[in-house]
Design a protein around this ligand. Structure first.
Ligand code: G6P
Length: 366
């Protein structure tokens, strides 16, 4: 009811603004990195595996896709990520030394549960879930678990569940890195410190809302949008596009920026806004040349740039600068303005934000 919503217009907006609290709660009680954060016996399990297979649907699939970058670069563990409804029905080559990781807000998604059972039937008995509901079927079915503390999520379009999943997955990365000896104690402590700073950092990203509202007016008049990201931020571009299509019904697609020239560039006109996630990482220079390709074709660019990037607003180029640069955890911050953009665009179009047409909060049947 209205009382619960407080100053917010919709649950989705309230849940976006709850993210600093949700992340702080998810990290509460984490005194240091240890495999036992994931349950008794996790150390032994982590010693017995040499690859990770992530299974999930929807937004949870994108948190898994982000985690693949962390797991391979930080914990040096080969990782694959599969859409649960695909994995459960395809022939695959099982490896018993795999940690099967399911990711689910509800813990009741039929395809994800079935994919987990399928993996187990192929002889992969080590299972772990990152889940927001402690009493769910998923948590009961898995050997190990990390319970995110997003709290009840009402909006069909997932927001705080996604960022808390990322926090849980980053902890998993650090725990696996510890067991595999791929980080020094100092590096581990630095990562943990950066995690603890996330609630404060998120607060300053949320303060960008008025700037995003100004962009949403222009977006609300479009029927198509393209999202670009590279590396660790490619899954964030995918999640931004998903949010926009789910609640504003604008057709949105995401591409890794380097693929632009292999197809989507043909779609770029003045009518196609191009949203870009531009953290100041190793791929920035390449991303800048991708942006020029869009500009040269009259495309209008909307860039979320990091504080220390030298990308400035100009003709056909709109820039919102993120408050700080955040290294490996940057996806957790960069997704927030994309959530806000989808939210305010949907508001401007007058859609039913919390209950978009044809979609359900949790899909418990196939
Ligand atoms: C539905 C929801 C999405 C969610 C997906 C997976 O499609 O609308 O927001 O990401 O299910 O749900 P889960 O509970 O498994 O994370």
């Amino acid at each position: 009811g209205a009382a619960e919503l407080g100053p917010y217009r919709h649950y989705m907006q309230k849940e976006i603004f709850e993210q600093p609290r949700a992340i702080a709660d998810t990290l509460e009680g984490v005194e240091g990195i240890t495999p036992e954060l994931f349950g008794d016996g996790a150390y032994r399990v982590f010693r017995e595996i040499d690859r990770v297979l992530i299974l999930a649907c929807g937004t949870s699939y994108y948190s898994g896709s982000t985690a693949k970058y962390w797991l391979e670069s930080i914990a040096k563990i080969p990782t694959s990520v599969e859409i649960a409804s695909e994995y459960r029905y395809r022939d695959s080559v099982p490896d018993p030394r795999t940690l099967v990781v399911t990711i689910s807000q509800s813990g009741e998604t039929a395809d994800t549960l079935a994919a987990l059972k399928h993996a187990r039937s192929l002889g992969m008995r080590h299972t772990l879930t990152i889940c927001n509901v402690a009493t769910s079927a998923m948590v009961r079915e898995c050997e190990l678990a990390y319970i995110t503390r997003a709290g009840v999520e009402v909006g069909v379009a997932s927001t705080k569940a996604f960022t808390t999943q990322l926090a849980g997955l980053f902890l998993l990365t650090l725990a696996l890195a510890q067991v595999r000896g791929t980080l020094t104690r100092e590096q581990e402590a630095e990562h943990l410190k950066a995690m603890r700073h996330l609630p404060v950092a998120l607060q300053s990203v949320l303060a960008l809302e008025p700037q995003v509202v100004a962009w949403a007016e222009a977006f609300a008049r479009k029927e198509n949008a393209l999202f670009l990201g590279r590396g660790l931020h490619y899954p964030i571009a995918l999640e931004g596009a998903l949010k926009l299509k789910e609640i504003s019904y604008i057709h949105a697609e995401a591409y890794p920026a380097g693929e632009l020239k292999h197809g989507p560039l043909a779609l770029v006109t003045a009518e196609m806004p191009v949203v870009t996630v531009a953290p100041n990482d190793a791929l920035l220079e390449k991303l800048k040349s991708n942006l020029q390709e869009v500009r040269a074709r009259g495309g209008e660019l909307f860039v979320f740039a990091d504080s220390d990037t030298r990308i400035d607003s100009g003709e056909g180029l709109h820039v919102i600068r993120m408050p700080e640069h955040y290294g490996a955890l940057s996806p957790i911050l960069h997704v927030v303005p994309l959530q806000l953009l989808a939210y305010h665009t949907a508001c401007a179009r007058g859609t039913d934000v919390d209950k978009p047409r044809n979609l359900a909060k949790s899909v418990t049947v196939e």
